[in-house]
Design a protein around this ligand. Structure first.
Ligand SMILES: *Cc1c(COP(=O)(O)O)cnc(C)c1O
Length: 492
């Protein structure tokens, strides 16, 4: 099975390994498998008897032609086994009223990015070898929080790779900054940038576009790559946990084989929810996908009106991983539902005008599977508080956006199907906001907020976060945004 560009301008298909090694297609589009493999009910029932690494390897094997099952299982076992995810990679918990939560934050950085970034570096190194690439990959990451730490943890000490992360000094939470500054590993560099996330991101883009830099790196045996969710190697592992959740619902007796469930996903770059859509296309019985946004409701408007318009203010919210105006993976949905021609046209309009509008007919096709909801800050806080007070269940701000959206969707549609709500971060990762939601008290400092949240709820703090405040700072350096090129040269 070949991979092709969503824009169809680059006509030749490429191998799965090449798609993973290169990230972006030559025409600026994103790589997609030429066809979506299928999954039937017998297979689902068989997968239900297996553990998570086996389920993940089986799903990946359907997509990654040129990779052997044994290789994929070895990678999945190394990524998800060995006690790295406690108690397990993707457990479900019952919320009552037909709702279940899929918890994806039990990995080393306490956010769902681990589900992809623990295995992607392993797939990436194999892809490099399969393509005959002998140079070292330098992965450059601009991060507003969760991705940077997850990439550092995933790529640490992985042969043939080095990672350099740039974060805005003012733009990440106390806990997120400490997570990155205390990172261990011999192939890593972490730098604070005096500026905001846009400064860090444009700096990285500038380096990617710099031909002189490229030649210098090449002479040093290095090529540049990225770790964000436009890379198929990051998306494919996310399909597996939807299949796994369905298996677990089956095993728990919550559903019967073939029974359709709905899924709600807190959405930023549209990677996580798109993986659910692929699972549905494969044959996993999923009905509606509720796309949950915070106050940055570009996607909610898109699914309601057909117009995607990024010309609007970006709000900073308590769910920062969803503070986004361009959801890159939406391009993959356009490709699957409308084809390459429409995708190329709309992406070019987005580039030039910052907006595009689907026809009525196109919108109907897209909305067969998707519906958009957005939750503002008050709704998010109230959802955290009510769930804590009524069910003794503590969730983070991103998950609260999703749960609030799921509740309203179910109410508006008198929906009776089982609803799977995706939980993307440990509540302790956003301790300040979660504590304020349940107590009304704002504690700015990360360590104190964490302790206060624990003292009030007695919910266990994940080990990677409770250990954090005693660790030595390995990466305390802060630089001017104009010195990013210099920092790359120093690092190689
Ligand atoms: C990245 C992230 C999201 C958004 O996921 P996308 O795949 O970008 O849509 C939601 N919640 C948390 C906690 C995240 O880190």
């Amino acid at each position: 099975m070949k991979y092709v560009s969503t824009r169809g301008i680059e006509r030749e298909g490429v191998s799965a390994a090449y798609a993973i090694k290169s990230g972006l297609a030559g025409d600026g589009g994103l790589y997609m498998p030429e066809e979506i493999p299928t999954l039937d009910f017998d297979e689902i029932e068989a997968l239900a008897e297996l553990d998570y690494p086996e389920r993940a390897a089986a799903v990946l094997y359907k997509f990654l032609d040129g990779f052997e099952y044994g290789e994929l299982y070895e990678d999945a076992a190394a990524a998800y086994g060995g006690g790295k995810f406690k108690p397990s990679p993707a457990p479900i918990t019952e919320l009552g009223d037909g709702k279940y939560m899929l918890e994806l934050w039990h990995g080393p950085t306490c956010a769902f990015k681990d589900m992809a970034l623990q295995i992607m570096p392993r797939l990436f190194v194999r892809a490099q070898r399969k393509c005959g690439e002998e140079r070292t990959a330098l992965i450059l990451v601009a991060t507003s929080g969760d991705t940077g730490k997850a990439a550092l943890e995933g790529y640490r000490d992985v042969d043939g790779t080095r990672v350099q992360v740039f974060y805005p000094t003012g733009g990440v939470s106390d806990i997120q900054r400490l997570q990155m500054q205390t990172q261990e590993g011999g192939n890593l560099s972490v730098l604070g940038i005096r500026g905001n996330f846009d400064d860090a991101q444009s700096g990285v883009k500038r380096i990617f576009a710099d031909e002189k830099m490229k030649a210098e790196l090449d002479a040093a045996g290095i090529f540049l790559s990225s770790a964000n969710s436009i890379n198929w190697g990051r998306l494919a592992p996310q399909i597996a946990y939807y299949v796994s959740a369905y298996c677990d619902l089956l095993k728990a007796g919550a559903i019967k084989i073939g029974e359709i469930i709905d899924v709600t996903v807190p959405t930023g770059n549209f990677g996580n929810i798109f993986a659910a859509f692929i699972a549905k296309k494969m044959g996993l019985p999923i009905g509606k996908l509720v796309c949950a946004s915070n106050r940055n409701d570009v996607l909610t408007d898109f699914f309601r009106t057909g117009e995607y318009n990024k010309n609007r203010e970006l709000y900073l919210t308590s769910s920062p991983s969803m503070d986004i105006l361009i959801s890159s993976n939406l391009e993959r949905l356009l490709y699957l539902t409308l084809g390459t021609e429409a995708t190329a046209k709309y992406m070019s309009e987005l580039n030039s005008r910052g907006s595009y509008r689907l026809s009525e007919e196109e919108l109907c096709t897209v909305c067969e599977s998707f519906v958009g909801y957005s939750a503002n800050e008050d709704m998010t806080e109230a959802t955290i508080r009510e769930l804590w007070e009524n069910k003794n269940c503590l969730i983070d701000t991103h998950t609260a956006v999703a749960l609030n959206s799921a509740n309203r969707y179910m109410n508006d549609n008198k929906a009776e199907r089982t609803m799977l709500v995706v939980s993307t971060a440990s509540p302790y990762k956003f301790a300040r906001d979660v504590y304020r939601a349940i107590s009304g008290v704002d504690i700015r400092e990360g360590e104190k907020a964490l302790a206060a949240l624990y003292n009030r709820t007695s919910v266990e703090i994940p080990a990677p976060l409770s250990r954090l405040f005693g660790l030595p700072i390995n990466h305390g350096r802060v630089i001017d945004k104009s010195d990013m090129e210099k920092a790359v040269r120093e690092f190689i």
